[in-house]
Ligand binder design. Sequence first.
Ligand SMILES: Nc1ncnc2c1ncn2[C@@H]1O[C@H](COP(=O)(O)OP(=O)(O)OP(=O)(O)O)[C@@H](O)[C@H]1O
Ligand SMILES: [Mg+2]
Length: 300
Amino acid sequence: MSAATPVSSAQGQESGNLLDVENLVVEYPTKVFRGKPFRALTDINITIGRGETLGLVGESGSGKTTLGRAVLGLAPVTKGQVIFEGQDISHASRKDRRALSRDMQVVFQDPYTSLNPALEIGAILAEPLGVQGIPAAAAKKRVAELLDQVGLPKDAVNRLPREFSGGQRQRVAIARALALSPKLIVCDEAVSALDLTTQARVLDLLLQIQLDTGVSYLFISHDLDVVRHISHRVAVMYRGEIVEQGVSGIVTQTPVHPYTQRLLLASPVPDPDRQAVRREERRRLIDSQRELENQASIPA
Ligand SMILES: Nc1ncnc2c1ncn2[C@@H]1O[C@H](COP(=O)(O)OP(=O)(O)OP(=O)(O)O)[C@@H](O)[C@H]1O
Ligand SMILES: [Mg+2]
């Protein structure tokens, strides 16, 4: 990657990670005249290695999408740094961002709104290749490779997004993200709209792609079970902060932070008896936390 400024942070430069986010703060301006900006992220530190998946989990509004957008240069970096391959890209120019878009891609929750409904799949997949100046014949070959990679038939090139199921459309979105062989893909709730069986298939596809290409994922989801399935490490976000992070199996099985414990107990298990026990544990946890919060708010 040649874009952007060499990093000033020794940590980022020496880490050898694909991505280092250091002390990141994101504030959104408020619409109110001279109003205080809204702080969506506070002092975020995460890293992603090459070929690694970092799962980012947290409840709605906790700031997961904002973090993904800040990495992609789509949310304002108020303080701190986003370092990609040892280069600070927090304030990369538009030109640098264009170069970076080869290396960083995104897959959103709803492929129906992210895929142009008027374009056939062939044109959708060829678009990023054309933008990077790849000649038509090479692009056509690459499109065929991509369809094969995501398990779609060759004749998909002549079909429109609406002629596919939700899971198939998500495969198209993944193929488009893969077109330029990126190093990092931000998956923002990429399987959340799919039924459980399709979810499992798409997760397996993402795992296979990682094995084949060495791509890294920032995998955002509100579902701890999904995150556990795909991630090497997990970061738990709560009200704009990372409250816990570590190896996937440890964070998701023996969480330390009460919020992660609650999240774990909230994820459903197939056995109704075990589910009832979980529900009871969760209720107890919420009650004890509420009690602690009430005590803390009593003035000394
Ligand atoms: N463009 C914006 N302008 C102002 N505030 C924003 C903007 N985008 C997000 N926010 C606020 O930032 C906070 C975090 O939002 P974000 O979308 O990152 O949460 P999330 O964890 O992705 O939630 P969900 O699981 O519902 O997708 C929310 O309070 C949201 O209202
Ligand atoms: Mg979101």
